[in-house]
Design a binder for this molecule. Structure first.
Ligand SMILES: Cc1cc2nc3c(=O)[nH]c(=O)nc-3n(C[C@H](O)[C@H](O)[C@H](O)COP(=O)(O)OP(=O)(O)OC[C@H]3O[C@@H](n4cnc5c(N)ncnc54)[C@H](O)[C@@H]3O)c2cc1C
Length: 404
């Protein structure tokens, strides 16, 4: 029996598994001949791009309903070690026992995480990086009205004016207004650099600034956080902002499991992969999603840590890992042209295309697209194995890219 092991049940992991299973089915093989296993810390595919929204507990899809019907085995466990020499993954199961899982081909799809700072009072920071983090923030917000009145009761400070910071800051305006009188709601966006959305570039900036102004989000540029307390935050310009809620969004890094994989990493800790998404220098290891510094060949750019890029990477990595084991030719990674759709809370959204991020759409039309992406496009088919396999594999990706 040959064995493809996928670490991670996120977007890249799910589409890796479906794509390996699709090739198995196309070749008329049974599960005992080509085993596909996903090991994941949680039981759900977490829809991370929606974690800025209220009620984050809804933002998940049970992995077993997606993967079970296509014959993908799932192991619930947290991976603690990967030995690429012995081709062995170590994991702690829910019952506390340790398991060793061997592999013939590994796909590392364990995602990314926000880098929490070592500031004094950092334990008071909220984040929306994980389902647990977003649920903790949601519960905290809902309890705010029960507190004794205090300065900053309905003030939220969001640290980092990148993609995630902008989405949560603008959304918090609406979420806090649902809980408090409008004149008590204050949202402050703090950014260490001198520009809003420093990595988003100049294209969408005017639309973002307009939305922030419309929503009365206060922007503090060129400032960082020095200390956090339960009721306030102290900034590097010497000011203190009374705030019951401080959300940290600054800085992402690839999953720490990448440290077990030998080879070069980029500044985000992502693995250097070749055109087939195989980790350079390793015969048996592929990477997909936020762990992989994959190059979009048509654009000559290293892709973003994004859902948009995790899905296609999964389709190629899973297929190639299985094809490799079956002695078949590998398929070169391709992906649709880069675009972004940034939610701006009640002010709508902004859609850009290309790496210069030329604005295509703003306001409520853009928000409609965001709803479609968040609520339909990025969800895998559930309880529908035929459709899941139909959408899996590199050919489905290329067909989708040509159609879009
Ligand atoms: C708030 C927010 C908003 C975003 N908005 C957008 C957006 O608008 N557009 C966009 O394209 N992208 C967006 N993203 C980014 C996008 O969510 C990620 O790029 C995407 O989830 C990456 O997919 P992935 O499969 O690589 O990793 P993930 O989705 O992070 O999945 C990783 C998986 O690995 C598992 N795992 C991790 N460590 C271990 C371990 N040790 N053992 C076992 N399992 C493990 C996790 O449980 C999880 O199942 C956003 C992210 C956030 C947080």
């Amino acid at each position: 029996m040959k064995n493809v092991l996928i670490v991670g049940g996120g977007f890249a992991g799910v589409w890796s598994a479906a794509s390996a299973a699709k090739l198995r089915q196309e070749r008329g093989l049974v599960e005992e001949e080509l085993r596909v296993t996903v090991i994941s810390a949680g039981d759900d595919l977490v829809i991370r791009p929606r974690l800025y929204e209220a009620d984050p507990d809804r933002m998940r899809v049970p992995l077993d309903r997606v993967l079970g019907p296509i014959g993908v085995r799932r192991v619930a466990g947290t991976v603690t070690d990967i030995d690429t020499g012995a081709r062995m993954v170590t994991a702690i199961r829910r019952d506390g026992t340790t398991s060793k899982l061997g592999y013939d081909r590994l796909v590392l799809a364990s995602g990314s995480q926000v880098v929490r700072p070592g500031l004094p009072g950092a334990e008071h920071l909220f984040d929306i990086d994980t389902l647990a983090g977003a649920a903790t923030l949601d519960a905290h917000l809902r309890r705010l009205p029960e507190r004794a009145a205090e300065p900053g009761q309905f003030t939220a400070v969001v640290v980092g004016a990148g993609f995630t910071g902008l989405e949560i800051a603008t959304e918090l305006v609406a979420r806090l207004k649902d809980l408090a009188p409008t004149d008590q709601v204050r949202v402050v966006l703090v950014e260490r650099q001198d520009a809003i959305g420093p990595e988003l570039g100049e294209g969408p900036r005017p639309a973002i600034q307009k939305a922030l102004a419309e929503l009365d989000v206060e922007v503090r540029l060129g400032v960082s956080v020095e200390e956090v307390a339960p009721d306030k935050v102290r900034l590097s310009d010497g000011t203190a902002v009374p705030a019951a809620t401080v959300v940290w969004t600054a800085g992402m890094t690839a999953s720490p499991l990448t440290s077990f994989i030998p080879g070069d990493k980029d500044r985000l800790g992502r693995l250097d992969v070749d055109e087939y998404l195989r980790v350079r220098g390793l015969r048996d290891v592929y990477a997909a999603g936020d762990t992989a510094a994959a190059v979009s060949p048509a654009e000559g750019r290293v892709v973003m840590q994004s859902c948009q890029h995790a899905l296609p990477q999964g389709r190629f990595a899973g297929h190639n890992a299985a094809a490799d084991l079956l002695g078949e030719e590998l398929v070169r990674f391709e992906t649709a042209p880069y675009s972004t759709c940034l939610s701006l809370g009640p002010a709508g959204a902004v859609v850009t295309s290309g790496w210069d991020r030329d604005v295509q759409m703003t306001g409520h039309a853009a928000k409609e697209l965001k709803h479609a992406i968040n609520e339909q496009w990025i969800y895998p088919p559930v309880d529908d194995p035929a459709e899941l396999l139909n959408q899996a594999g590199p050919k489905a990706e290329v067909a989708g890219a040509q159609a879009s």
